[in-house]
Design a protein. Sequence first.
Length: 334
Amino acid sequence: MPEASVVNGLSLRARIAVAAAVTVLLGAVAVGYVNVAASRAETDRATPAPAQTLTLDPGPRLLVVSDRRLAVADPADPSAPRQISGLECVRVYAAAGTGVCIRPDTAWSYQLVVLDRLLRPVKSFPVPGLPNRARVSPSGRMIAWTTFVGGDSYAAAGFSTRTGILDTRTGTMVSTLEDFTVLRDGKAFRAVDMNFWGVTFSADDNMFYATMATGGRNYLVRGDNTARTLQTLTTGVECPSLSPDGTRIAFKQAVDGDPEHGWRLAVLHLSTLAVTTVSETRSVDDQPAWLDTATLAYTVRGSDGSPEIWSAAADGSGRPQLLAAGAESPAMLA
């Protein structure tokens, strides 16, 4: 799925192509979810795995979306049977026993559901637009999400993004990062075309990173949730993912600076801003997840559109390895 940066700063031809593609995509999604709504009674009768065997407890297991269901796979054995829950989700993530599931509510709307370790809903609320990203902080306290929305007059293709953050401990919610104060080169900055997506949290539950797009450029920003500020750090970073040790950012970068050419995975070293390219050569339109301090997981789509989860070394060595066929939205239950 394209990011907001596909729109910003492109030629007229590219903008028209993106607008057409998004129109087709939204139409297909709408038709698909009308069918989903029509068959909801049948699909919701699917028998979930026993609660005692399918949990969000930490362990060497991979949380995924498999055939539109929250599931758990064995990252060491792609052929092993998966534990499939009865929860319908289009995007999942979990950490420290707290999960998030973004699920269809009706044919035209979605809900974000916060889950406890036994997959029981503890909070739910509607989110606007089409779900794109979701993250949980390492402690399980903070949750973030990104959706595509329409209607912003500045958006050349008729859509933009909304990114929000929920503090599950206090209940405080930020509905959009556009309410934060942005500091670019140390000075307050404001523009009508700002878009944000792809939040990733640090271990302290306050600092986070995200992508900001404005004026045809993508920036990596560091956020302070308490101060409600965002500080630009560098450019060319989309869908950041902070490493477990807090020293690196895995991200996707547009080939030759042009999303029409696809994206490649890379790793930014925060201390030096040096970039290492990952060995995966296919286009990856995803927010990567860290399996451990040395390995990334990400979704690649085949020629028929079916998803697969692969892994690759963060230092650029070795070859990508298949983790789970017919699955997407990976999160290691560490």
